[in-house]
Design a protein around this ligand. Structure first.
Ligand SMILES: Nc1nc2c(c(=O)[nH]1)N[C@H]1C(S)=C(S)[C@@H](COP(=O)(O)OP(=O)(O)OC[C@H]3O[C@@H](n4cnc5c(N)ncnc54)[C@H](O)[C@@H]3O)O[C@H]1N2
Ligand code: MOO
Length: 411
């Protein structure tokens, strides 16, 4: 059985493919100082300007020697010192060696570094070494990390902290990146109140907007927060029109199901086009997407975990593509279930869970608590989702399941 038992539902994969096919990267770039490039997507490939390292240098504190001299077994004369930033500029001649520190350029003539721990005898300026030494030991060769002209990072790559260090090592001080995606965010619902206000009977705090804002910031988006909008058709329309003028994407939460105050789908159909509604995903079934004249519209369900899961599984991949990135499907791991799981066929389920490995390296996974779509406490302590597809049913402890480990910029 599949989605057909739940009429109108489309599978998570089909929904994702439909969304990914519908969006394309925007074409606006900007040049940024390197330190500001964190999490941004590169608009062009970046090539190595220089060899790294730029010269042969020492990987250890010790002595730079001519290997043949070491092999002769004769004491060597220490003729100078080479430090990182203060090279020994003369040549090392037969019978000589140079005291050298980690990072210092290897002086001409020397081809091997012997660690100072292998110094066996030192009399005045004469040294003898012991232990095994091979030619080229502890020499970091020019260009062994990167050769000039080689590609460092491809276009569409998202800059990590390590990438920033990698580029800085090349002396690259600016990079061209896609501009940030402008994302309009709003919550709909008469019951929603902002933080800092008092709740009355029936009210709840608008937790989704804070959570989604944090997720979008993590992704490197430029968030335009339109706040809480009451369940009022005209107010929702006015806000969506404003957001459409300012943003590339509009994300709402709430009001996409079938209740009497669930106006979002009709409003999108009236102002633009509704392309998809209802996905075979749990939690998150009433997810909707469509277009206004300028912006992609992503309607997340109001239940907080439904909003989170549909954001991660559907909204985020589309936005990564729009920002110039390449969405990479998750890496699934196989783990052994420690507790039984109840499931009905029909929807792919994402079950908040915690995985560890036992002494044999086997992965064990345990749901972190109740799985209702309004239950936020089971997100705390979760480090993965167990993913059960549409066709799977209840499972017993000991069965193998697929898990998807949480990864930045998601969770
Ligand atoms: N008869 C049916 N009822 C429901 C169905 C259905 O198929 N038939 N689907 C259920 C499912 S599944 C979900 S998920 C929810 C989604 O409903 P909506 O997207 O219309 O969301 P609301 O009704 O506005 O709110 C649902 C729930 O979430 C709370 N909420 C809303 N916004 C926020 C927010 N910003 N922060 C925190 N919590 C929020 C809201 O108070 C409700 O409790 O519909 C089911 N119903
Ligand atoms: O799809 Mo809903 O999120 O099951 O509660």
């Amino acid at each position: 059985m599949s989605c057909c038992d739940q009429p109108g539902l489309i599978s998570v994969n089909d929904a994702l493919n439909k969304l990914l096919a519908a969006v394309k990267p925007h074409a606006d770039y900007e040049e940024l100082p390197l330190p500001q490039a964190l999490h941004r997507y590169l608009a062009q490939p970046i090539y190595a300007l220089v060899d790294n390292p730029a010269w042969h240098n020492s990987a250890m504190d010790g002595y730079a020697v001519r290997f043949a001299d070491y092999q002769s077994g004769q004491p060597l004369t220490v003729v100078g010192t080479a430090l990182a930033g203060k090279p020994y500029t003369k040549s090392v001649e037969k019978g000589q060696c140079v005291r050298i520190m980690t990072g210092a350029p290897i002086p001409t003539g020397a081809d091997t570094v012997i660690m100072q721990e292998q110094l066996c005898e030192k009399r005045s300026d004469k040294v003898i070494f012991s232990g095994e030494v091979r030619q080229g030991d502890h020499v970091r060769l020019k260009g062994e990390d990167i050769k000039q002209g080689k590609i460092l990072l491809p276009a569409k790559h998202q800059c990590s902290a390590a990438d920033i260090g990698f580029l800085a090592a090349q002396g690259i001080s600016t990079v061209t990146v896609y501009r940030k995606l402008k994302v309009g965010l709003l919550s709909t619902g008469d019951e929603l109140k902002a933080l800092g206000t008092t709740l009355h009977l029936g009210d709840i705090y608008d937790s989704n907007r804070y959570m989604l804002n944090a997720l979008l910031s993590n992704m490197g988006c430029d968030v335009h927060d339109f706040g809480i909008i009451a369940d009022n058709v005209q107010l929702i329309k006015d806000t969506l029109i404003k957001a459409n003028n300012q943003c590339d994407v509009i994300i709402t939460s709430g009001g996409v199901s079938v209740g009497e105050a669930d106006y979002i789908k009709d409003i999108i159909s009236e102002l633009g086009e509704l392309h998809l509604w209802k996905v075979a995903i749990k939690p998150g079934k009433p997810f909707a997407y469509g277009w206004l004249s300028n912006a992609l519209f992503l309607g997340l369900p109001g239940n907080p975990v439904s909003a989170l899961v549909t954001f991660c599984k559907l909204a985020l991949p589309a936005m990564v593509k729009m920002t110039g990135g390449e969405y990479l499907p998750p890496n699934y791991l196989c783990a052994t279930l420690t507790h039984p799981l109840k499931k009905r066929q029909g929807r792919t389920e994402y079950i908040r869970s915690h995985y560890t490995s036992n002494n044999e390296g086997e992965l064990l996974v345990t749901p972190t608590g109740k799985q209702g779509s309004a239950i936020m406490s089971s997100l705390v302590g979760a480090n993965c989702f167990i993913v059960l597809d549409e066709n799977q049913e209840s499972m017993v402890a000991g069965e193998k399941v697929m898990i998807e480990v949480f990864q930045p910029p998601l969770l």
